[in-house]
Design a protein around this ligand. Structure first.
Ligand code: PLP
Length: 306
């Protein structure tokens, strides 16, 4: 495996500027795993890439939206290991203007080729007929689902937690598809509660997690979604900027900022018992800031400071 993963540091957070915390909070800096394949996307891709190489595939095909961290990570990872990459991208209208989009420009610079498809077409992406057709069209390709979530991804995400982390009684993560949460739950100890902060409306990820683990020591919270996936307002931007000023750590607007905001609220409202030891996972995603700042500018909202 050409990615050397060093165990990331658990950095202690001083949060007195925002909350009087009667517990200890640490942030696992998975965002520093790799400069281009950051955080949970590296964890999620690791074993799929190993499998692609072992089975002599020459291409990765995967799916995502215009700002997808997974698309950026898959493109970069493919380039590093010498696999071609094809991104099936939601939104036909992007065909003529994707060069203005920092995520897709980056992916293209890594050699990814795109298929821009309508939303109706995109919805078929997990169906058997569609996948069978894709497989016969590209027999030498490994197909990875949107967000990278499959059984191999769960195995990769189990490796986020190490033996040393058993001293924590709460593990917090952000939740998209739920793959990362499933890996953490699967790797957790009995005395640990895994708290997932949803980045999108609804808590349908519950059943996704249950597909991969029998353990039930987890909860998905939906109070800090800021209205839904990739939705953001000036309060969240302000929170991200003061968090950066006070801790030196950059959060991403789609996932980790909403988790951190949720953790602070939950400390304030007494959800975590006194003397809890909390380990939050910084799952990365910083590549998305540039695209988000473009959107914020168009809406005359404050910029995320990098
Ligand atoms: C994709 C992503 C997630 C969501 O992970 P899931 O396994 O889909 O729940 C969380 N954080 C970041 C930074 C991501 O890029």
């Amino acid at each position: 495996m050409p990615f050397s993963i060093i165990e990331p540091l658990n950095q202690k957070l001083e949060l007195e500027w925002v909350v009087d915390a009667p517990c200890q909070v640490f942030l696992k800096r998975e965002d520093l795993l790799h400069s281009q394949v950051s955080g949970n996307k590296l964890r999620k891709l690791k074993y799929s890439i190993t499998k692609a190489l072992e089975t002599q595939k020459n291409t990765l095909i995967t799916f995502g939206g215009a700002y997808s961290n997974h698309i950026a990570a898959a493109a970069a990872a493919g380039k590093i290991v010498g696999l071609d990459t094809i991104g099936v991208i939601r939104g036909e209208e992007l065909e003529d203007k994707y060069k203005d989009n920092p995520t897709l420009s980056f992916a293209e610079s890594c050699g990814m080729r795109f298929k821009f498809v309508s939303r109706e077409h995109y919805r078929l992406k997990d169906t058997h007929p569609y996948l069978n057709k894709l497989t016969s069209q590209y027999p030498e390709a490994l197909i990875i689902p949107e967000g990278g979530t499959n059984a191999l991804a769960i195995k990769g995400c189990e490796e986020i937690l190490t033996r040393k982390d058993s001293s924590f009684n709460y593990i917090c993560t952000t939740v998209g598809t739920g793959g990362t949460l499933a890996g953490l739950v699967s790797a957790s100890k009995e005395h640990q509660q895994i708290v997932g902060y949803s980045a999108l409306k609804g808590t349908f990820q519950d059943s996704e997690v249950k597909k991969y683990t029998q353990k039930t020591n987890f909860e998905i919270k939906g109070d800090s979604t800021f209205g839904g996936y990739a939705k953001i307002d000036s309060d969240l931007v302000r929170f991200m900027n003061t968090f950066k000023e006070n801790t030196g750590i950059l959060l991403d607007p789609v996932y980790t900022a909403k988790m951190m905001y949720g953790i602070v609220q939950d400390i304030k409202n007494g959800y975590f018992p006194e003397n809890s030891r909390i380990l939050a996972i910084h799952t990365g995603g910083l590549q998305g800031i540039e695209g988000m700042n473009q959107k914020l500018k168009r809406k005359n909202l404050p910029q995320i400071k990098v």
